[in-house]
Design a protein. Structure first.
Length: 168
C-alpha cells in the first residue's frame, strides 16, 4: 500500500468532474486500498478520488469511532433525501478550517463496491453529511463553496501562503 498526496484548495484539479467507473480490476482495488490508508493516516473520515488527483467516481469513508468500518462507494447516486441538517465540516483538502454547512439529514444512496456489485445505504446524520460532502468532490465542488466568498477568499489566501512557505 502507499500513501497518496492529497490536493489542497485552491488547486484547480479539485474542480475536475469525475467520470464513471466501468472497469473493476486490480488497479481499482489498489487505489481503494491506498485511499483508505491515506484517509486513516491523515486522519479523516472520508476521501474522494478527486482529492488524490484521480478523477473517477470513487469515495471511501469510515465514520466509526474505532476506525474499523471502511466503506467504499463507487458510482454513488442519491436516490432520495430528506430533512435538513447543519453541521461543522472540515476537509482534508482544506486543512485547518471548519465551517457550518447545511445539507440533507438523510440520504438513500445506491453505489457499487470495488467488485462492481450494487448495494444501497440508508444514511443519516454524520454518515449522510459525509456521503454528500464526498460526492460533491466528485463534481469538483468543495464545502467552502457553501460559505461566503469573503470567508472563502480568506481561507484561500492563507492556504496559498502556507504552500509558499512549505516550498521555500
Ligand atoms: Ni473533503
Amino acid at each position: 500500500m502507499a500513501l497518496l498526496n492529497i490536493l489542497h484548495f485552491p488547486d484547480p484539479r479539485l474542480r475536475t468532474k469525475a467520470v464513471e467507473v466501468s472497469v473493476f480490476d486490480e488497479n481499482l482495488q489498489t487505489l481503494v486500498n491506498d485511499m483508505l490508508e491515506t484517509m486513516y493516516e491523515a486522519p479523516g473520515i472520508g476521501l474522494a478520488a478527486t482529492q488524490v488527483d484521480n478523477h473517477i467516481r470513487l469515495l471511501v469513508m469510515d465514520i466509526s469511532e474505532d476506525k474499523n468500518d471502511p466503506k467504499v462507494l463507487i458510482n454513488p447516486q442519491i436516490l432520495s433525501s430528506e430533512g435538513d441538517e447543519e453541521m461543522d465540516e472540515g476537509c482534508l483538502s482544506v486543512p485547518g478550517y471548519y465551517e457550518t454547512v447545511s445539507r440533507a439529514e438523510k440520504v438513500h444512496v445506491r453505489a457499487q463496491d470495488s467488485k462492481g456489485k450494487f448495494f444501497e445505504i440508508h444514511a443519516d446524520d454524520l454518515e449522510a453529511v459525509c456521503i454528500q460532502h464526498e460526492m460533491d468532490h466528485l463534481e469538483g465542488k468543495l464545502f467552502v463553496d457553501y460559505i461566503s466568498s469573503l470567508k472563502r477568499d480568506r481561507i484561500r489566501k492563507k492556504l496559498e501562503k502556507l504552500k509558499k512557505q512549505e516550498k521555500s
